[in-house]
Design a protein around this ligand. Structure first.
Ligand code: KIV
Length: 291
């Protein structure tokens, strides 16, 4: 889209004036981390919600394969294809461009698009980067380190994902807390350090006990931990948009807060989420499955 067609936020008041907003980049995320400012991330899957999230001041938009569940009505993320991810990343990218937005776009590599080989992984990552992603996310520990390093060395920023990894829900036996007990915590720590060493610049920690995710955060200075159901000691937080808007078709996990409650617009709800993450009032450690 040409810049003359760009609509600076339409009727939405941006978090700060457009002229003052600089695109989010890895150096900017590093600066935020070093001054102790929490990083905010939300999922979005289409142009409009991505633009609203951007205007609300969300720094990172995850085009997550959770879209399989919230957009496609699947029972897990396993059925999401690379082509579906490409379609949604293109839509989100156009939404952000349309409002002259600044968000950092993270695209999920779906199940089956990187497990085979590092060559398969780079072909899949290329599709997502060409669709507009600034970073790709992949799930898994030890076995992914070689793939992560291969992508990073070729200029593709990578977000790792440990703890509850929804693409392997059938092996894990359900959506349950991971890293409980000394052995599991030790294994996750080894994997996290190896992923940082491989060059992962970000790491989602999902459904991990707070003491472990906080300890990992302290041990990973160059890899920003983004928690979901992992307590408030991580470098940032992510939520599935439909969960925080209270429109999840299923049951919301215990740690989720409905930010629409008492608010009259999605924009206000997202701004409240950003404010709550930044001032440390979300998440509430008492409301977690591991608490
Ligand atoms: O796909 C997704 O939305 C995710 C988040 C739950 C982190 O991976």
């Amino acid at each position: 889209m040409s810049s003359t067609n760009a609509v600076p936020y339409g009727t939405l008041p941006p978090a700060s004036p457009v002229a003052l907003r600089k695109p989010i980049s890895l150096p900017r995320l590093n600066e935020m981390r070093s001054r102790g400012e929490k990083i905010t991330m939300l999922t979005a899957y289409d142009a409009t919600f991505a633009a609203v999230a951007d205007a609300a001041g969300v720094e990172c938009i995850l085009v997550g394969d959770s879209l399989g569940m919230v957009c496609q009505g699947l029972s897990s993320t396993v059925g999401v294809t690379l082509d579906t991810m490409r379609y949604h990343i293109e839509s989100v990218t156009r939404g952000i461009q349309r409002v002259q937005g600044t968000a950092w776009i993270v695209g999920d590599l779906p199940f089956g698009s990187y497990q085979e080989s590092k060559e398969q992984a780079i072909r899949s990552a290329t599709v997502l980067m060409q669709a507009g992603a600034h970073m790709v996310k992949l799930e898994g520990g030890d076995w992914t380190t070689e793939i992560v390093n291969f992508l990073v060395l070729r200029g593709i920023p990578v977000c790792a994902h440990l703890g509850l990894t929804p693409q392997t829900v059938h092996s894990l036996g359900g959506y349950r807390v991971q890293g409980r007990g000394d052995d599991a915590a030790h294994k996750m720590r080894q994997e996290a350090l190896a992923l940082q060493e491989a060059g992962a610049a970000m790491m989602v920690l999902e459904m991990v006990p707070e003491p472990l995710s906080t300890a990992l955060t302290l041990e990973l200075p160059t890899c920003h931990t983004i928690g979901i159901g992992a307590g408030n000691g991580t470098a940032g937080q992510v939520l599935v948009m439909h969960d925080m808007l209270g429109i999840n078709l299923g049951k919301n996990p215990k740690f989720v807060h409905n930010f629409m409650e008492g608010r009259s617009s999605v924009h206000e709800a997202m701004r409240a989420y950003v404010a709550a993450v930044k001032n440390g009032t979300f998440p509430d450690n008492a409301k977690h499955a591991w608490a």
